[in-house]
Write a protein that binds this ligand. Sequence first.
Ligand SMILES: Nc1nc2c(ncn2[C@@H]2O[C@H](COP(=O)(O)OP(=O)(O)O)[C@@H](O)[C@H]2O)c(=O)[nH]1
Ligand SMILES: [Mg+2]
Length: 290
Amino acid sequence: MGSGESKPEPPPLLSKPWREIDWRDKQRALQSVRNYQPPAEDLQIRILLHGSNGSGKSSFINSVQSVLRDRMYTHASADNMFQGTFTKKYITYKIQKGGPGTFYPFVFNDIMGLHSMGGVLADDVKLAMKGHVKEGYTFNPHQKLSDDNLFYKRAPTANDKVQVLVCVVSAETISQLPDDTLKMIRDIRKEASDLGIPQVAVLTKIDKACPEIKEDVKNVYKVDYLKEKMEEFSAAVGIPMNCIFPVKNYSEEIDLNSDVDSLILSALKHIINCGEDCISFKAYHSELLG
Ligand SMILES: Nc1nc2c(ncn2[C@@H]2O[C@H](COP(=O)(O)OP(=O)(O)O)[C@@H](O)[C@H]2O)c(=O)[nH]1
Ligand SMILES: [Mg+2]
């Protein structure tokens, strides 16, 4: 004892979870997402994911797709090679609903928003939020998209604009994010707030960061040190705790797991509600403006 050599005991789990989630009622959550209809026909919620390379953006899109379609999907290619290969093109991911040609009324885009690592400039993230970036544009880490570029959309429609901004962070690195990364997240967040776009954070790789969660995903809200990490992150970037969602993305498994699904659905439901709020906010304001 006291030698400092002994392995520290894993912190005990909280006896009561600090956030409640109904693990037995996945079907209800799934049904509510499946039934979701935007307030106007043809309107869609555009969800923009940003975060560093390897944080799990593509995996989150694939996981959502897998849960909704009830089988494993790898549509948005998830890279396990971090160096060199990453998402630089602006691509919209749609999720098929029912038969071919019918899609869920929400779509995803992902961009690697980390300038210091050769990622997308904060200015480009802002242009994407406003709907000025055309499909297929390859981001240039050295230069923002200029308004004379062919890929600059001059008159974005409501469906080109982003309704929810999602910051994707890995639980493995959340407590060591460099200051310039935190600053960039705050900066993009502020712009989103000015545009009336709600913001959510998705905390991935909780299975890798916490052995208790790897053992059983249902422990997610009983691991006190994960809550502490989330609180620190919340304070550093200004995203409230109730807008931060820990998830375990599908990565190695070949079969779906109901608990993993429940956690993903809980994040997705919140994201959709935020999108709905954004649409109402914009509708209200344009009414006010005539
Ligand atoms: N164990 C585990 N691995 C994950 C999770 N999310 C992503 N990964 C893995 O992390 C790597 C990078 O993920 P990816 O989605 O490509 O990150 P992106 O660069 O943000 O799109 C891939 O090998 C994924 O399989 C997670 O929640 N748990
Ligand atoms: Mg990716």
